[in-house]
Write a protein that binds this ligand. Structure first.
Ligand code: MG
Length: 342
């Protein structure tokens, strides 16, 4: 197996503001793994607050020796090797895992959702993300979400009440909120959640700091809405300490090193009766189409990455009135529209 990679920058349609700051682009790395005339594609997305970059991903990929593996179907052995090459680097690792699934399933002539026994009819609707903005901009962004019945609203700044009141007054759509660790006072959090309960809010993501499990556990007991872990739950081993502090977890390929571990997380979360949200970073249709393959196992999906960017060089998953619609294409269901590797 041969691995090649190419740095790329995704450009947002609108500057994107969350509790960590505002930005207009995200660095990604596209990779390709070739084997016997077939190619599998993967993507690593590197939002700056997660610590990976074009340089770190290239350095990590440069350390891999995939030529030692002759069997492309032995994804678990290959990923066990990839995972121990260095700590962290979860997006770089995810790109390899995504490409391996794409390659193996193309060789099998099978979709990844069929490979994992997922029923595409059970795929959920995706939410469409609204960043933290002034009321006027929020109203105009909501108008652009026509055809998407579920919204996700970013909170965690100083205008949270105004933002949710603006959203609630502008639309009858269901929305979830993502605080991105932005709250520090649990009484304030509970008061906000009670207000939001009356406003078509479906769940609340990551209210407090990722290490603050005590306040999350307190909130879980009191809250009339489900509390979902995102930053607190990165990988499989995090489920153990999150299961008592949250009602559910947000699984993202870039955090958990790809589809292999994401599926293990799904299985364990179901066993623990945790709800599952499948999410994404700022990613193109390459990685998001891969995540969508597992979405039939989730209660909720937040896979709007390709909708927020203006230079998607892949084509893949489709949304029909907001519902994730998986293609029958072998592999992850995405194909490259332009030549970037030659
Ligand atoms: Mg989140």
């Amino acid at each position: 197996m041969k691995l090649i990679w190419k740095p790329f920058t995704l450009q947002f349609k609108h500057p994107f503001r969350i509790a960590h700051g505002v930005r207009s682009s995200t660095a990604v790395m596209y990779i390709r793994i070739d084997h016997e005339g077939f190619s599998g594609y993967g993507e690593a997305s590197m939002p700056p607050y997660l610590g990976e970059s074009h340089e770190s991903v290239a350095a990590f990929l440069g350390r891999l020796d995939l030529a030692q593996f002759k069997d492309p179907f032995d994804i678990s052995s290959i990923m066990a090797y990839v995972d121990q090459v260095a700590d962290g680097n979860t997006a770089a690792k995810a790109s390899v895992d995504i490409a391996l699934h794409d390659l193996a399933c193309k060789l099998l002539g099978k979709t990844v959702h069929a490979y994992y026994g997922a029923d595409p009819d059970r795929a959920p609707f995706t939410s469409f993300t609204i960043g933290m903005d002034e009321p006027e901009l929020i109203r105009s962004k909501i108008e652009e979400t026509d055809g998407f019945p579920i919204l996700k609203v970013k909170l965690g700044g100083t205008n949270d009440r105004l933002i949710i009141e603006t959203v609630h007054a502008s639309t009858t759509k269901i929305f979830s909120v993502d605080v991105n660790q932005g709250w520090t006072d649990r009484e304030y959090a509970l008061d906000m959640i009670y207000r939001m309960k009356e406003m078509n809010v479906s769940f609340v993501e990551q209210p407090f700091d990722r290490f603050n499990l005590d306040d999350h556990a307190w909130l879980k007991e009191q809250s009339p809405l489900p509390i979902i872990a995102d930053e607190s739950c990165q990988r499989y081993t995090d489920i153990e300490h999150c299961r008592h502090a949250f009602h559910g977890i947000n699984i993202k390929l870039m955090k958990c090193t790809g589809l292999s571990e994401a599926k293990r997380m799904i299985d364990y979360a179901q066993k623990c009766q945790l709800k599952i949200l499948i999410g994404c970073m700022s990613e193109s249709s390459c990685a998001v189409s891969a995540a969508a393959q597992l979405s039939p196992f989730a209660q909720w999906a937040d896979l709007d990455g390709p909708l927020l960017i203006k230079n998607d060089i892949f084509e893949g998953l489709k949304f029909v009135c907001g519902k994730i619609t998986l293609s029958g294409l072998p592999g992850n269901g995405a194909y490259l529209k332009e030549t970037v590797f030659d």
